[in-house]
Design a protein around this ligand. Structure first.
Ligand code: PDD
Length: 284
């Protein structure tokens, strides 16, 4: 069945939705995006996603072509029109369209696209059973704090991880893990510390990461925001990823070495439960 999507002011069947071939999102990956999860027909921690969208746009000096209230109303209209109970809403804002030129003109009209996706049961089960992760060099640009649509390095890394028999990759730069291809990376040490890389231009400032760190104390963990190495991952008691779509998902092996006993660990399970409770309370 065809979805209803939103493009520049209109709700349309997906096959009728059009964007110019001169759109700078298409030609230069000059745009940003957000993914908010839908649970029970409502959005998880959505205000935080919209705030990050605003920040990403600000860093690239792209204006939002509507108000935040209007954007939120479009998200909800799409959930309603597509009758989605569990899934996600994708928002993309690009700088706009004009004849191809590295230098863009001031005052371009940004393009705004939103669509929904339904949540697959397969993804939920992978997230619960645990992920086999491999390391790969981080070849992305140096402004990973901006959620841009330039996702080719992440796509390539994920594709290679699957070809290598794993589920995903954790990216390594200067000897330290930065993050996963589309998630933040965390380990739990044998003495009950949750170690996660500190915020900087090197990683996306994950919305789920932030919520989970605030719940760590309740799970009996102390948080240390610092860089960690692949060897520390292998020696960890547990490891997990966070993202809007995976919530908290255990990592059960790293570069072929089992983490802990090779099964999802108790702290990760607890954090996943606590996060799902938080997510339900945050619905709007
Ligand atoms: N990805 N790091 C990267 C590189 C990401 O792409 C994502 C999210 C995260 C986690 O951020 P958050 O908790 O705010 O979702 C970290 C989304 C889900 C995606 O691209 O589909």
């Amino acid at each position: 069945m065809s979805r209803t999507v939103y493009v520049n002011g209109e709700f349309l069947p997906e096959e009728d939705a059009k964007i110019s071939i001169f759109d700078r999102g298409f030609l230069f990956a000059d745009g940003v995006y957000e993914v908010s999860t839908i649970l029970d027909g409502k959005l998880v921690d959505n205000a935080a996603h919209l705030a990050r969208l605003q920040r990403s746009l600000g860093e690239l000096a792209i204006p939002l072509p509507c108000t935040m209230e209007e954007l939120e109303a479009i998200q909800h209209e799409l959930i309603k029109r597509n009758n989605i109970d569990a899934g996600s809403v994708y928002i993309q804002v690009t700088r706009g369209a004009e004849d191809r030129n590295f230098l863009w003109s001031e005052g371009l009209k940004p393009s705004l696209v939103l669509f929904t996706q339904t949540r697959g049961a397969k993804m939920d089960s992978v997230a619960e059973v645990g992920l086999n992760v491999v390391s790969q060099p981080d070849i992305r640009w140096q402004r990973r704090d901006i959620k841009t649509v330039a996702l080719l390095p992440a796509s390539m890394a994920k594709k290679k991880a699957i070809a290598d028999g794993a589920n995903d990759a954790w990216l390594v730069e200067d000897g330290f893990i930065t993050e996963g291809t589309s998630n933040n990376a965390h380990i739990i040490t044998r003495d009950g510390k949750l170690i996660t890389r500190a915020l900087s231009n090197k990683i996306l400032h994950g919305i789920t990461r932030k919520a989970v760190l605030a719940l760590a104390d309740e799970a009996g963990l102390t948080v240390e925001e610092r860089s960690f190495t692949p060897d520390e991952v292998k020696a960890a008691a547990e490891a997990f990823v966070t993202s809007a779509t995976m919530f908290v998902a255990p990592v059960v092996s790293f570069d072929g070495t089992a983490i802990g006993d090779g099964k999802p660990g108790p702290f990760t399970k607890r954090l996943r439960e606590l996060y799902i409770d938080f997510a339900k309370k945050s619905l709007s």
